[in-house]
Design a protein around this ligand. Structure first.
Ligand SMILES: [Zn+2]
Ligand SMILES: [Zn+2]
Length: 107
């Protein structure tokens, strides 16, 4: 039996696609995607309280990077649990969201 491991349209490994909306690495999420972050506050875009006009002023929406938002920063800053998982609690405590960069940065 042939098992489809990569996407029909782009040939990329399916695990690289956004787990919610299925967008490809480097592309925008579909509207209403659970994974998309708000550029202004760094929280889930579909639940954050920001005014969409303020968000649009900052420029492009955040694209899917091939990993959960926050995981990339945790690994870069060395914030991992003893089990080697990204420590998001520590990230929220010790780093801050940069709207300009669209990612967490260290103070
Ligand atoms: Zn998505
Ligand atoms: Zn927001």
């Amino acid at each position: 039996m042939f098992i489809q491991k990569s996407c029909y349209t782009c040939g990329m490994s399916k695990s690289k696609h956004c787990p919610d909306c299925g967008t490809k690495v480097g592309e925008l999420h579909d509207p209403g995607c659970e994974v998309e972050r708000c550029r202004l506050c760094g929280k889930q875009a579909i639940r954050c309280p920001c005014d969409r006009k303020d968000v649009e002023k900052l420029g492009d929406k955040l694209i899917w990077m091939g990993a959960w938002p926050g995981d990339v920063e945790c690994i870069e800053f060395g914030f991992t649990t003893p089990g080697g998982r990204p420590d998001l609690n520590r990230l929220y405590r010790e780093a801050k969201w940069s709207p300009e960069q669209g990612r967490f940065v260290l103070n």
